[in-house]
Design a binder for this molecule. Sequence first.
Ligand code: HEC
Length: 247
Amino acid sequence: MKMKFKALASLTVVAATALLFGGCSSNPDSPGLEYMPDMYRSPAIEPYVDYGEIRGRINESVKTELSAMTPPNGTIPYYGTDSATVSLMLPYWRKASMAFKETHGLYGADLSLMDEYMLAAADKNPMRLTADNSEEMLKKGKDLYTAMCQHCHGEKGDGKGPMVASGAYNGVPNYADRASLSDGQMFYSIYYGKGAMGSHSSQLSKKEIWTLVHYVRKFQNPDYGKFDASGNQVMMAAAADSTTIKK
Ligand code: HEC
């Protein structure tokens, strides 16, 4: 009995040692023997690329397909709990016009048969301009404009940016000639593009576009965004619109 136990014990030691060293490898990059490799290393699924490969098995039919490109309809990005900001982050409810079919990078977009651009005239700028935030808002607008718009629209908003001056591009309007545009239409045009201007919906957030709408107004009326001591907009009453509020 004692002998049997001894033999069993030494056999166990030998087996354990063999197992221990069997896991070693002379290759310093090798992880050694893995008993359940798929537990240690999950397949590297990249959401935007489909290699058609899962654990060594290749699925040729999905290999060249793009996967997970667009989030499901109605997906809402999480943007904190501030209600003013959250409402800006909701999906833009106006659809691109049919006129933009197959242009402006709107492939596959839900297109409207209605003239949504005309309907957009009723949309108000949700980023309210007040005596307190005016300076900061217009400063942000200027920064965005300098980076994203000035090369076409020009430093003075006269449509004579370096792209136009170089002769590479034309048809850019002077903002002053479009003073009758409503805020909602400006937003629509910047968001979806208009004529030779492409869509900016993938480069700018809605908040940034509405900020730019305020900034464009400044080109149309230098008094835009100026407030008097009692917190009223200095701008002429005729040009004032409901997006600017008294303090
Ligand atoms: C590639 C050049 C180019 C860039 C960049 C560009 N625009 Fe335009 N923009 C145009 C052209 C061209 C038009 C005239 C479109 C038309 O009415 O056919 C236009 C028109 C507009 C209009 C008038 C829209 C309307 O409904 O009549 C606004 C407002 C405007 N742009 C703002 C912007 C802002 C803000 C930016 C920066 C985010 C910007 N644009 C970037 C070329 C450009």
